[in-house]
Design a protein around this ligand. Structure first.
Ligand code: DSN
Length: 426
């Protein structure tokens, strides 16, 4: 770069010149995101402003520690960005403490375990087959290997969290910590009830809000922050920020949380991602974002209802959030095959276990759909109806390649009307 030339961030042309092989993948992925339907409930289209921070030179800076208490020199500028982000997080969520450094949701959860428990301690969390996350005690995960995780689930009759079972298990096992939050639970969680149970047994109340924190930020659903000791989440789902994690807590837990992240389990924070988190927290404080969060839920309710009209069943009767879990057994197709057929038709979604699923998780009887991304594109009620029809046709299509091509072309006609980049609507 010539001396004096202004340089703020990434130059895609330079990548194309230097490494056309990788550049071409970046372009094809952008085209895939633009042209196909993105219904994976944990994905979204972040703004160009957030992307700019992630590709910025902040990525070069080592900043182990926290603002004003770093282990490296030259942190004056990155200190500013982290302090702004922390303040924005506290303001947006009404939180007493915020840590923006977790590299991911799973890293944030490792830190929560480390802050409040010791290996071997008992933790109560949502069972994976009923919608919980790997870090909520799966046997293949550190949480299931190092902790005695007892699982609660949903009731068979209404597929809602069984709070009586949760309380009984809490009274029986006296867990150090109770986790609420899931990856495939379409209903709201009664945080007041969970708080009461935690108080009754003296447990830390941990909410893994990764999936729904964006709806909380947009004031579209109730917040766990006033009730919980600690709230962990990812920043790239409905929240629409950079890939990464964040933790909010009561002030009395601030030192334990900060120590658990650094030096407990991370070294240098990814300062470009921290800057991206600060940017998205500003976006989330706008009326436009609040409107977006409400629309995400309306769209998901419409999509779930339209899929029911196509003969499938929405678990728990529908959704109150950004995601719906669809029992597709009536189609005679399992989740794995449905996922593959939708993929061939240009529809990205994922197979998912439904509560009390007779199939293994690798096969499953359901699909999970989310409306965070299509709502960012500006789609609404009418488009949800079209999408439900396309999903239904793709699943019931058999393996007819021509039909799949036809559906894919209809998907492309739809997405063409709702541009993603240069700028999603924020
Ligand atoms: N993998 C995420 C999801 O898709 O729900 C959870 O971390």
């Amino acid at each position: 770069m010539p001396r004096g030339e202004k340089y703020y961030g990434p130059d895609f042309n330079a990548l194309e010149r230097q490494d056309p092989e990788i550049a071409s993948v970046v372009i094809s992925e952008l085209e895939r995101q633009r042209h196909d339907l993105q219904l994976i409930a944990s994905e979204n289209f972040t703004s160009s402003a957030v992307l700019a921070t992630m590709g910025s030179t902040l990525s070069n800076k080592y900043a182990e520690g926290y603002p004003g208490k770093r282990y490296y020199g030259g942190c004056e500028e990155v200190d500013k960005v982290e302090l702004i982000g922390i303040q924005r997080a506290k303001d947006l969520f009404g939180a007493e403490h915020a840590n923006l450094q977790p590299h991911s949701g799973a890293s944030a959860n490792v830190a929560v375990y480390q802050a409040f428990t010791k290996p071997g301690d008992t933790v109560l969390a949502m069972s994976l087959p009923h919608g919980g996350h790997l870090t909520h005690g799966a046997k293949v995960n550190f949480s299931g290997k190092w902790f005695n995780v007892v699982s609660y689930g949903v009731r068979q009759d209404n597929e809602l969290i069984d709070y009586d079972q949760l309380r009984d298990l809490a009274l029986e096992h006296k867990p150090k910590m109770i986790c609420s939050g899931a990856t495939a639970y379409p209903s709201l969680i009664d945080f007041e009830k969970v708080r009461q149970i935690c108080d009754e047994v003296g447990a830390i109340m941990w909410v893994d809000a990764a999936h729904f924190i964006g709806l909380v930020a947009g004031k579209a659903i109730p917040s766990p922050v006033p009730y919980a000791d600690v709230v962990s989440f990812t920043t790239h789902k409905v929240l629409r920020g950079p890939r990464g994690g964040m933790i909010l807590s009561k002030e009395k837990h601030a030192a334990a949380i900060d120590k658990a992240i650094f030096p407990g389990m991370q070294g240098g924070p990814i300062m470009s991602a921290v800057a991206g988190k600060a940017v998205v927290l500003k976006e989330c404080a706008t009326a436009a974002y609040q409107n977006y969060a409400k629309k995400v839920i309306e769209n998901c309710q419409a999509l779930a209802s339209d899929l029911q009209k196509e003969g499938m069943r929405a678990v728990s009767g529908g959704t109150q959030t950004h995601l719906a879990l669809i029992d597709i057994r009536s189609t005679g197709v399992n989740g794995k095959v449905a996922d593959e057929r939708c993929g061939k038709s240009g529809i990205s979604l994922n197979k998912n276990s439904i509560p009390f699923d007779p199939e293994s998780p690798a096969v499953s009887s359901g699909i999970r759909v989310g409306t965070a991304a299509v709502t960012t594109q500006g789609m609404g009620r009418e488009e949800m109806k079209v999408i439900a029809g396309l999903i239904s046709r793709a699943i019931k299509n058999g393996d007819d390649e021509n039909q799949a091509k036809e559906i894919r072309s209809e998907v492309h006609q739809l997405t063409k009307r709702f541009s993603v980049y240069p700028e999603p609507s924020i």
